[in-house]
Design a protein around this ligand. Structure first.
Ligand SMILES: [Zn+2]
Length: 236
């Protein structure tokens, strides 16, 4: 066993480390939230990832994206991210896709052999698409979202616990009216860390603390709570 994972042995045993090495995870968007998830998953030894994120690095990303540095401004996001992840864990096999989930034609095929999906998307169109694919393909999904100092994380076990459509049957009106999305780096960092921990738990045990529940926090008040997330009729 490699020395780099030795501190994880008391938590998951050698067999857990082996399990993570053979796992495959899809991460939709690798910005402030998703980039934090990717960082910690590959540090923990998750062996295979598919990461989808379009566009180029702009200066306003730098206050929250762990995988983007000043020298990356103007580069494609995936080139910037690949540069960092190669240095964090060169053994992680990451298939980068230079596009967002709503613009990937063969997304269903790409998701067919992953063990779980991570929804780190800011847009409801993207979140609904991944939610529906996760249900269709029977993949567990960890989902996280933020607004300013507020953060939300929940996990969906397909056909067993509530899904995104149970929480939001339709896109909330307030979302449409947002002109500038407020963001500090700490919120996405906490969300991403919580999601990565959920993902590890799901990969190792098939269930997790936030399955059917929502972690909500507001850093302006340092208020953290876990709420039950009722399953509703959404045909899932
Ligand atoms: Zn549902």
């Amino acid at each position: 066993m490699e020395e780099r994972y030795s501190r994880q042995i008391p938590i998951m045993g050698k067999e857990g480390i082996e399990k993570l090495k053979n796992s495959k995870v899809f991460v939709g968007r690798c910005g402030g939230v998703g980039g934090t998830v990717v960082n910690y998953l590959i540090r923990a030894g998750v062996g295979n990832l598919i990461c989808a994120h379009g566009g180029k690095i702009v200066p306003e990303y730098l206050n929250r994206m762990q995988l983007a540095y000043e020298t990356d401004v103007g580069k494609s996001c995936i080139d910037a991210f690949r540069d960092k992840t190669d240095k964090i864990n060169s053994q992680a096999k990451i298939h980068y896709i230079d596009n967002h989930i709503t613009d990937i034609d063969n997304i269903e095929e790409l998701l067919s052999d992953v063990d779980l999906v991570v929804d780190a998307h800011p847009l409801f169109e993207e979140r609904y698409k991944l939610n529906d694919l996760a249900l269709k393909l029977d993949k567990p999904m960890v989902s996280g979202a933020m607004y300013g100092d507020e953060g939300y994380v929940f996990t969906v076990l397909p056909h067993k616990t509530a899904c995104l459509r149970c929480l939001y049957p339709k896109k909330p009106d307030f979302w449409t009216n947002i002109k500038v999305f407020p963001a500090l780096g700490m919120g996405p960092g906490i969300i991403g860390c919580s999601m990565a921990r959920e993902a590890i738990e799901l990969l190792l045990k098939g269930t997790s603390q936030l399955s059917g529940k929502t972690l909500h926090f507001d850093l302006a008040d340092m208020d953290f709570s876990v709420l039950n997330m009722p399953r509703k009729e959404c045909n899932h």
